[in-house]
Design a protein around this ligand. Structure first.
Ligand code: SAH
Length: 388
């Protein structure tokens, strides 16, 4: 039994599943990944949670009551997660099946790429063998996949004080496949040297971007070509820029999976340099996509991050022709939508451009944003048009 203070209890009441270590009064000797009952200081039951000995988030609520069988509960949650995706996911065989707290399975991620599923345990509790087995059993029942691969991110495992783990198969034989988003085909290679994964959270934004893109397009931070290949179907010319050569090699392979698309030019370079050089050279575009990595990893980094976003957006706006489309994204949770839009406004003023917002978008529906858990909502994607 873990005893927590009144601040923790208030947090749970407000619908947030995390309890920080500073709000734990007594851990009762709970071990790594233990499933524990939590009580307030007057010994009132608050629910059942996963315990971590490593994370600042000491407890993640699983259920407001007692749990009879953890594996039964986990299977039921996976089933609900799958049912939700069957209702909301369209035009793809690749999507996030389980999104951690947003599916009441804190610390667990499962992505589907056609007939290959990729599972990742992010915490001590979800790294448990029996728990993973329960997840796999349910996934096999739901999808009959040709392979389920376990992926391990060394940095995350280290933070959670978990032993190193090799990526490997948990079920079946297949680790590589081809998947389709909005009619565009991509490779997934879950175990190869160059690990490929997709940004499934951008999937609906790819389609939204393609719906208004036109002319000469530039996809900055293109990774394996998610936006670029969607734009190629509607634009006369597309250039993708990324600093990672392996990512661009995958992008090129993905392009070859889609015959009939005009050739995309892939450029290995620093995005900031490219935007600066192209602007100086007077290049102009009709569509520009900006999808940088998270600039703000903490709230402290916010101001620096906003300066980075502003520089990119300012340069992009200056290179757009009148009527041009800017698709600009931020996946930093710490940059709120309001702050992001403010940054864009300030960039537009400095660029002497008048900009209309066509759409303010977020992550795809398979990455549900839970109203009472702000951390589940992190992606911003603004689609704007230059009126002059
Ligand atoms: N738009 C992509 C996802 C982008 S992820 C998609 O939808 O699939 C961010 C990408 O930015 C990564 O591929 C990373 O290699 C690249 N990157 C990071 N810093 C960069 C920089 N300074 N210049 C260019 N690319 C960079």
């Amino acid at each position: 039994m873990v005893v927590v203070n009144s601040r923790a209890a208030a947090r749970l009441r407000a619908g947030h599943p995390w309890i920080y270590r500073s709000d734990v009064v007594s851990s009762g000797g709970a071990g790594p990944g233990a499933v524990v009952e939590i009580k307030n200081e007057r010994r009132r039951q608050l629910g059942t949670a996963f315990y971590s000995t490593a994370s600042e988030i000491a407890l993640r609520l699983l259920s407001p009551g007692k749990i009879e069988s953890l594996s039964e509960l986990v299977r039921e949650r996976v089933r609900h997660a799958v049912e939700y995706r069957r209702r909301v996911v369209r035009d793809t065989d690749a999507y996030r099946v389980v999104f951690s707290e947003a599916d009441e399975l804190p610390g667990l991620i499962v992505d589907r790429y056609n007939d290959v599923l990729v599972l990742e345990a992010l915490t001590q509790a979800t790294d448990d063998r029996d728990l993973k087995q329960a997840v796999v059993t349910e996934l096999v029942e739901q999808f009959a996949p040709a392979g389920i691969v376990e992926r391990a991110e060394p940095r995350i495992r280290q933070l959670e004080q978990l032993p190193p783990l090799q990526d490997g198969l948990l079920h079946g034989q297949k680790t590589e496949t081809v998947f389709t988003m909005n009619g565009v085909r991509f490779y997934q290679r879950a175990l190869s040297g160059q690990k490929t994964g997709a940004f499934l959270d951008q999937r609906e934004n790819y389609a939204a971007a393609a719906a208004c893109a036109h002319g000469d397009a530039l996809d900055v931070f293109c990774y394996q070509g998610g936006f670029a290949l969607h734009l190629a179907r509607v634009c006369s010319h597309v250039t993708g820029v990324d600093s990672s050569r392996p990512a661009l090699e995958s992008a090129e392979e993905n392009a070859s999976l889609n015959p009939g698309l005009p050739e995309v030019e892939w450029i290995e370079a620093n995005a900031f340099d490219v935007l600066k050089d192209y602007a100086a050279a007077g290049r102009q575009y009709d569509t520009i996509v900006l999808d940088p990595p998270a600039f703000a990893r903490s709230r402290r980094a916010l101001q620096t991050a906003l300066r980075g976003y502003k520089e990119l957006n300012l340069r992009a706006l200056k290179m757009l022709r009148p009527g041009g489309i800017l698709v600009t994204c931020s996946c930093s949770y710490h940059v709120g939508e309001g702050e992001f839009v403010e940054m864009l406004a300030s960039a537009a003023v400095d660029a002497h451009r008048s900009v209309r917002i066509l759409e303010k978008r977020g992550q795809s529906k398979d990455h549900p944003a839970v109203l009472t858990i702000p951390e589940t909502s992190y992606l911003k994607c603004v689609i704007a048009v230059l009126s002059r």
